[in-house]
Design a protein around this ligand. Structure first.
Ligand SMILES: Cc1cc2nc3c(=O)[nH]c(=O)nc-3n(C[C@H](O)[C@H](O)[C@H](O)COP(=O)(O)OP(=O)(O)OC[C@H]3O[C@@H](n4cnc5c(N)ncnc54)[C@H](O)[C@@H]3O)c2cc1C
Length: 1120
């Protein structure tokens, strides 16, 4: 199905070519009839799913900040779209003016206003039966009396307007100067080009569709509406109808209808938008944008920095204009250029510097400015006998290495992003320049702030298009190999034989290859036959025995190779099968393409091979193909959370590539190929182990892929985005979610089968609800049940609700989960996060947890939630009775040992009494409003004591009026042991002293002071302590801490009180000290005012053998 833009061009071309007496403007009636097609389904979907919700969201902050809102609507049609806003927004509208030149629409609009759609209007709506001409001039200061509007809407009303940029610029002057925040919003069908005005945001709805009944009358009305003029003679009308039938889609489900693709666009301008100050270069002239979709767009401004200072300058300009920004690297994605958004074109920053290590090549570095292409880097490196693992095409740019970068060296050296050791980045928050990781001195800008922590570097390695403008990256270099490239092409008559061959290729050839080799496969059709192409890249100088075995198998399975070439790092670019063999080499001419990439494992299982072959059989154009790039090796050696590129566990990256002849851009073939790519991606997604983030953007069809793009790293990335790009200036890169608000309290309800976990969790949820605290229960095993049902075809509803059915599947389900974990050890973490992020409540109870020491394992994943474990116990007899005779107790019992849950309760009695008592004693206190009051007293100081540290001033609580007494009373009441049994409150200077002293006074328990070495009188016992997280930043490394001998009575219980637990090093040292003076580990309790789970303090305690120590914290904060 062609786009409306393509149809319009074709209709106009036909009209101008005809010898007929011509066309004339549409009458109001003709316009109205054409417009009606867009008010019906499926076209209405664009309003329902895009325009209305987006408008409501965009206007939300403005409406909230004003008591009265004035509106100007240009071309609203028969009723205002704002009538669909929520009531609280409609009630704010006090003034409404419209310009509606169509007299039919204008009078219908007047009728509509009789029903008082905006109840707070102070005067009757002013509806002008005329076209809009802005009454202020950009270059003249508008008179103070000039009419102003908070919101000005162009509703599909810019068609035919000359000099759209001047109209917009003048209209911007109709927004109030103060208070600021007003906006001009244009919605339009895609294809709108407003030259020279930068927008604040551009949003698109690419999936809009309009349908027309296939009758001559309807097609005539529709065609003239789209062409914008009425056809005067029958011949033109007939040829317009033919064009509609030729370009539109008539599918078998609706043979009486013709559909067209009708993508929508919404562009938002603010008062600061105005003229760009920099001319917009024609993108076609630049020829830098290779992506066909991006090529059709016009940026708001093209900014071409020559150095870092000019990037900073451009960023500052964009920030003050409040405009979004895109960055042009190699121009291969659809996101380097967005309509009306400023584009920073990096092409002038294209130097490559090679720094050869003095003694060994392995320490050599390559600094590449981000305007370089892959070819630039490889060519320069080759002069030094070096290389960097990049991609397969020389023209691809920085987007590749910032988002992953899969190539022929990936199995040997890892992804391109894995080779990044440092970067220079211009912040899109401040315009400052930062250097992160290892950047050679001579390539670090003088004013660059060196970041001490590697958080940003972590994010750049896989999601690097999201946080700032990357000016350069430093790669570690490798010796340049010589490649031996072998190609095979096999053709098949049937899918079954091809499927068997593909499975053999995977299991017998690819899986047996050493890291120095990789084997890719191409699935395509040529001359009515299915083909499988295989390319094997061998990088070692001498063929190893393992390779020889694999090669022998390859010859047996694939026959003799069609070609064999020995090439260098530049020559390898031309050996690509797509370039050299398929479809006559590169499609045999000019083509356009659209790709999405998913990661697959075990393609021989779950019938993935058959699905792939069926996918290629269903291709909508002859040129579409699937490319399987081999993974494993060094890619999977890197842990999933070590870099932002979190999808490491795959055998093949499957690039679904929709290709069509370039002259068919915007036509049926193009839209069908894009649709096919998304359809196949949708089929493969549940079977995949992740998706490649490169090229994903704000398109709603990318959302499901983007959610799987970064494996377990999504939340950390979302938080990094908030830190580095809080205004979402780079909003056109691979979308990251807004960081979820995790539940304040997460309770892991554990215990043996039949102890009453689900029962207690249900009781607690209802008790929280009674206390006006939102709460829900989720079973972590539900995630496994879903995956199990998909893989085996089991009935998911019955797995959830039918106890007998569940019992039948219990063993298989457990085996399934265990196998999954064997393949993906990080799966329990992913499941945990899936459950947490799925909850939308203050308190979440998680049941079905089988992990060892779960609070230790998971607390750093939810660093802003209080995570506790309540274990429920019941006697064996009672548990057996509750389980029923048939049921098996397969609960893991390895929770015991060096680990204790936060609380253990006994649930032997029938009824709710045990659960209710535990609720009052252990749960409700964790949600007291006084805890939030205490939290609010903790001031946050950004970039202290170093850049990128958000310091929480816990000790500052004692400086707030009432702070210390509130904190102490909470410490006193929250303690789960009994104060009467405590002989000493142990504290270490400085933080601990303040809180412990006040608490000691309150509970009447003496202090046991722990001080730095040399400060207490002998005899003392001492241990070495690593300095705390924050003190370590000032350079100290290790110190001794001491306690006086005999200060703690033998055999008594103690409580350690401290201000903070972050890395756990101080606490570990304290625990070691107490054990050294003879305190039994089971007699030690710990209470801290604030915990920073991000630093995995509990993990350290657990590893050091202190997992049994009861540790309670009043507050939790995300990383300091
Ligand atoms: C023909 C072709 C071959 C490909 N081959 C491979 C391959 O072998 N291996 C592989 O892994 N991928 C491959 N890809 C995918 C490729 O990695 C992505 O398309 C990538 O986004 C292209 O980067 P670019 O710089 O060329 O494109 P651009 O469109 O210029 O940039 C892509 C994204 O990066 C952002 N960006 C660019 N520069 C910067 C910067 N300096 N700072 C911040 N953001 C920036 C852009 O704003 C955009 O969002 C291929 C794609 C095509 C079309």
């Amino acid at each position: 199905m062609a786009t409306l833009d393509t149809l319009k061009k074709a209709l106009m071309k036909k009209a101008s070519a005809t010898t007929s007496t011509g066309e004339q403007s549409l009458s109001d009636e003709q316009y109205s009839t054409g417009f009606d097609f867009f008010l019906k389904e499926p076209a209405w979907k664009a309003y329902r799913d895009f325009i209305i919700p987006q408008l409501s969201q965009l206007l939300g902050p403005l409406f909230q900040s004003r008591l009265r809102i004035s509106l100007l609507e240009i071309g609203p049609g028969p009723r205002s779209i704002l009538g669909h806003l929520p009531n609280d927004q409609k009630q704010k509208i006090t003034k409404y003016t419209a310009f509606e030149p169509n007299r039919l629409f204008a009078s219908k609009l007047e009728d509509w206003f009789r029903s008082k759609p905006f109840p707070s209007l102070e005067h009757a709506a002013s509806i002008n039966h005329s076209a809009f001409t802005p009454h202020v001039d950009l270059y003249k200061t508008p008179s103070p009396q000039a009419e102003r509007f908070d919101v000005i809407l162009f509703c599909h009303s810019m068609y035919g307007m000359e000099q759209k940029h001047r109209v917009i610029s003048k209209t911007l002057n109709m927004l109030p100067r103060r208070p600021s925040g007003g906006m001009v919003v244009v919605f339009h069908r895609d294809g709108l080009q407003i030259e020279g005005v930068t927008a604040h945001r551009t949003l698109t709805f690419p999936t809009g569709v309009v349908t027309v009944p296939d009758t001559d009358n309807d097609l005539d009305s529709f065609a003239q509406f789209i062409a914008g003029s009425a056809a005067q003679d029958d011949a033109l009308r007939a040829s317009w109808r033919d064009l509609c039938r030729e370009l539109g889609l008539c599918d078998t489900a609706h043979p009486d209808k013709i559909s067209f693709s009708a993508p929508e666009i919404m562009v938002v301008f603010t008062r600061t938008s105005s003229y760009t100050g920099w001319p917009t270069q024609s993108v076609k002239e630049m020829k830098a944008v290779k992506n066909r979709e991006a090529c059709r767009r016009l940026p708001g401004a093209t900014l071409q920095p020559k150095d870092i200072a000019s990037i900073q300058n451009r960023v500052q300009w964009a920030l003050c204009k409040r405009t979004g920004v895109t960055v042009l690297g190699g121009g291969h994605s659809g996101h380097c250029l967005w309509p009306s958004i400023s584009m920073i074109d990096m092409r002038l920053l294209n130097e490559v510097h090679v720094i050869v290590a003095k003694n060994t090549m392995s320490g050599s570095l390559v600094v590449a400015e981000s305007g370089c292409s892959t070819g630039d880097i490889i060519r320069k490196c080759l002069e030094y006998g070096l290389t960097v693992p990049l991609g397969a095409r020389p023209s691809v740019g920085a987007g590749l290495w910032l988002q992953g970068g899969i190539g022929h060296l990936s199995r040997l050296h890892g992804l391109a992003c894995d080779a990044i050791v440092g970067a220079v980045v211009v912040s899109v928050d401040s315009g400052k320049v930062f250097s992160v990781g290892q950047v050679p001195d001579q390539h670090r800008p003088r004013d660059a702030v060196q970041l001490e922590d590697n958080n940003l570097l972590w994010g750049i390695k896989g999601a690097g298009t999201n946080f700032g403008i990357v000016a350069s990256v430093t790669f570690k270099a490798y010796p340049a190999p010589t490649y031996t490239v072998r190609n095979w092409v096999l053709s098949f008559n049937d899918l079954a034989t091809a499927g068997a061959k593909l499975r053999e290729f995977d299991s017998l050839i690819a899986q047996g290859l050493p890291k120095s080799c990789s084997a890719d496969a191409y699935l395509f059709w040529n001359q009515d036959r299915l083909h499988i192409g295989v390319t094997m890249f061998e990088t070692s100088a001498v063929t190893s025995c393992v390779t020889l075995v694999a090669l022998t198998r390859a010859y047996k399975i694939l026959g003799p190779e069609r070609s064999i070439q020995i090439v260098d790092s530049m020559g390898v670019f031309d050996t690509e099968m797509y370039m050299s063999e398929m479809h006559g080499g590169h499609g045999g001419g000019k083509t356009s393409s659209f790709k999405r990439c998913l990661f697959l494992k075990n393609i021989g299982e779950n019938d993935i091979a058959t699905l792939l072959l069926k996918a290629i059989e269903s291709r909508p154009t002859a040129l579409c193909y699937l490319h399987l790039l081999q993974g494993g090796g060094a890619i999977s050696d890197v842990p999933a959370d070590a870099t932002a590129f979190g999808c490491r566990d795959w055998d093949f990256a499957c690039v679904i590539t929709g290709v069509w002849p370039r002259d068919q851009d915007g036509n049926k073939q193009a839209t069908a190929a894009v649709r096919w790519v998304y359809e196949i991606a949708g089929i493969l997604l549940p079977l995949s182990t992740g998706a490649y983030g490169a090229d994903l953007g704000p398109d709603p069809r990318d959302a499901a892929l983007a959610a799987k793009a970064f494996g377990p790293n999504l939340v950390r990335l979302a938080r990094l985005k908030q830190r580095w790009d809080p205004q979402n200036v780079l909003s056109y890169a691979c979308p990251l979610p807004t960081p979820p608000k995790d539940p304040k309290l997460i309770v892991l309800v554990t215990g043996e089968s039949g102890a009453g976990k689900d029962f207690c969790a249900a009781v607690w949820t209802s008790l929280f609800t009674k206390n006006n605290i939102t709460s829900c229960v989720s079973s972590i095993s539900d995630v496994t049940k879903r995956a199990y049902a998909t893989a085996t075809g089991a009935d998911l509803n019955r797995l959830f609700g039918d106890r007998d059915y569940k019992e039948q599947h219990r063993v298989a389900l457990t085996t399934f989960f265990q196998n999954q974990v064997k393949q993906r050890p990080q799966l329990p973490q992913e499941h945990f996060l899936e459950v947490v992020h799925g909850a939308n409540s203050d308190v979440l109870f998680i049941t079905g947890m089988r992990d060892k020491a779960p609070v230790v394992a998971f607390s750093h994943l939810v660093p802003e939630s209080n995570l506790v474990e309540i274990r429920i116990e019941a006697s064996e007899e009672i548990r057996r009775a509750r389980r029923g005779l048939e049921a098996v107790d397969d609960t893991h019992k390895d929770n015991e040992g060096n680990y204790s849950p936060s609380v253990t309760i006994s649930n032997n009695s029938d009824g709710k009494s045990a659960a209710t008592a535990a609720f009052s004693k252990h749960l409700l206190p964790l949600m007291l409003p006084s805890l939030q009051r205490l939290k609010d007293m903790v001031r946050q100081i950004v970039d202290f004591p170093k850049t990128d540290i958000n310091f929480r001033h816990i000790l500052g609580v004692s400086q707030s009026r009432g702070g210390l007494s509130l904190c102490i009373s909470l410490l006193q009441t929250h303690f789960t042991g009994g104060w009467s049994q405590i002989s000493s409150i142990v504290c270490v200077e400085t933080g601990g002293f303040i809180f412990a002293s006040a608490l000691a006074l309150k509970v009447d328990v003496p202090l046991a002071l722990v001080r730095e070495g040399g400060k207490l009188p002998p005899p003392v016992v001492s241990v070495a302590k690593d300095v705390s997280h924050i003190s370590g930043l000032t350079g100290n490394k290790e110190q001794m801490i001491e306690i006086e001998v005999g200060v703690i009575p033998k055999g008594r219980k103690v409580v350690i009180v401290d201000d903070v637990m972050a890395t756990g090093k101080t606490l570990c040292a304290l625990l070691k000290l107490l054990i050294k003076v003879g305190v039994d580990v089971k007699d030690i309790f710990v209470m801290v005012v604030a915990e920073f789970p991000f630093h995995k303090g509990r993990e350290l305690l657990y590893k050091e053998g202190f997992g049994n120590v009861s540790l309670q914290s009043l507050l939790v904060f995300r990383g300091a």
